[in-house]
Design a protein around this ligand. Sequence first.
Ligand code: ZN
Length: 263
Amino acid sequence: MMASLWRDALRGQHTAVIANADDPMVVWAARAGTDVTWVASGQRWQDDSWVCPECGSRIERGSGDWWCTGCELRRPTPQWSLDGEAVVGPTGVRHALSLQLPGRVNRANAATALAIATRFGADVTDAVRRLGKVTSIAGRYATVERDRRTIRLLLAKNPAGWLEAFDMAEHAPTLLAINARDPDGLDTSWLYDVDFSPLRGRRVLIAGDRAMDLAVRLEVNGVAFEHVTSFDRALAAVPPGRLEVIANYTAFQDIRAELDRVN
Ligand SMILES: [Zn+2]
């Protein structure tokens, strides 16, 4: 539905669009525009695009490419892509990144940001340097010292975000906090779309309004956990050192408030 709305909004518009070449739904929507810059941002979460939105045929993937088996929809050639720790621009020039934000997803975000900045006439070298100064975004990825614990905050709002968060989190005690208030969506069935097994072998604590829903999911997923009733109790339960916190939207805001609205 979203892809279809975007497609309708972009059809025939002379509007600059920067879009992810690796996501079939995004490509299908964005190619309705007349001025599209493609970025190879990756697509870790593929469960929303197994079939072609144009013709309903199966989408095949391989070697970083994807294509529809029934029509001409396929991955466009990206102008911007990632090569390890570097972003490669439209002229083939490599721009080495030194980001403080963790994970492949943030390197992909950096590639997208550079494509946008360039579109607005910014100097790429200057933009790369300034990207390296970003340490957190409204508290996301922030690291906070409290009671000899180093707490890192990771926000995950959807299954794709949870997979990325597991990648970024260090092998350390991890607090998962889940709410289901209006901004989060009231339905927690999405928990079953996320494979929590990467957390096996880590010490896992759970909290939040809907911790019991998460408890059931982790039980089914074979992930051992402890339930704590507040962020402070989670902090007290782990030894000095690293604590990774992965929370959905309002749970994240609650914890951020307890840490004095860290930015
Ligand atoms: Zn197709």
